[in-house]
Design a protein around this ligand. Structure first.
Ligand code: 0GY
Length: 302
């Protein structure tokens, strides 16, 4: 099947630079996607965008080029609850990739067990209104109760303004919960303002809640530097990510977000994104937790 990429969408960066920051041995890219290829794994009819194809082999080549050892592949909304492209990538990863899927209420126990055997360790609930149609909370809660006994966690994606309304649901989830991209704070607001304080409070009061300190390219208002990544790249995101890394060093993850769906103004060089890591995790110990210990504990302990 032929798919036309959504107009205005940027394809991923063609020739990423080699990072200057040397990743610790065993580092995990804990948030990335595979898209299709659409001819083999068609995009979902209910999708809100059509991405560029981004195959497992391209993802694994990027992993090796950047110096990561492993990937966590997260189901993107353009594939809906059809996890075949993701599972195919896991099966071809030699055990070096784990997955986070999207499932519907009617998923069978057998299907969940097969997903687990393929390397799936979580399910994703998406609350970003431009990306998905609404699913009733009780349906999501039912799914959460089905996956919890497998030792899976729930990945949640939402925007900061929606946290007050979603608080009760998130804090009642019966599993480890991993928040995508720091709950998408508005980085034009102060890091100690009420909006981000609410997010910090949620993590402080609920030690089953983790955060990915990912996506400076998506969250930054000040934007990328014109030519050189240092010293000001995405500088407005740094205080938010640093605060989480330093306050909750054992509950943070990092990922490239390759191939960066829905970016229209600026497509990051993934090598330079890796060079952002020492700005948000400023000691070798913090970086080892962020890039190795935490993702290994969450994704490779079973
Ligand atoms: C991301 C971010 C986005 C998209 C999705 O599943 C998705 O379609 O997550 C976004 O548009 O902000 O993490 O990939």
């Amino acid at each position: 099947m032929e798919f036309q990429m959504t107009p205005g969408w940027l394809p991923f960066y063609p020739n990423p630079s080699k990072p200057r920051f040397k990743l610790p041995a065993g580092a995990v890219d804990a948030h990335c996607h595979v898209f299709g290829p659409g001819a083999q794994f068609p995009y979902a009819p209910e999708r809100k965008y059509t991405p560029c194809d981004a195959s497992k082999n391209q993802l694994f080549a990027l992993r090796d080029h950047l110096g990561f050892a492993r990937n966590v592949i997260v189901q993107a909304t353009c594939h809906g609850s059809d996890n075949r492209a993701l599972v195919d990538a896991l099966r071809h990863s030699n055990g070096m990739a784990r997955g986070v899927v999207t499932v519907k209420r009617n998923v069978t126990d057998r299907e969940l067990q097969d997903l687990h055997a393929a390397g799936v360790r979580g399910t994703r609930f998406n609350f970003v209104k431009r990306l998905v149609d609404f699913t009733p909370r009780e349906v999501l809660m039912e799914i959460a109760h089905r996956i919890a006994p497998l030792g899976w966690h729930v990945v949640i994606y939402f925007e900061a303004v929606d946290l007050p309304e979603l608080w009760d649901f998130f804090t009642a989830l019966p599993a480890t919960v991993v928040v995508d991209h720091m709950g998408r704070p508005d980085c034009a607001k102060p890091v100690d303002g009420p909006e981000f304080e609410l997010f910090i409070k949620m993590m402080r009061e609920h030690d089953n809640i983790w955060s990915k300190v990912s996506c400076p390219e998506r969250l930054s208002v000040s934007g990328p530097p014109a030519l050189n990544f240092e010293p000001n790249a995405y500088r407005d995101v740094v205080p938010f990510a640093r605060r989480l890394v330093e306050t909750f060093p054992d509950r943070v993850l990092w990922g490239t977000d390759w191939p960066h769906p829905n970016l229209k103004d600026h497509m990051p060089d993934d090598g330079l994104l890796v060079d952002f890591i020492p700005h948000i995790a400023t000691t070798a110990e913090l970086r080892h937790k962020l890039l190795v210990d935490n993702p290994m504990r969450l994704y490779w302990s079973s």
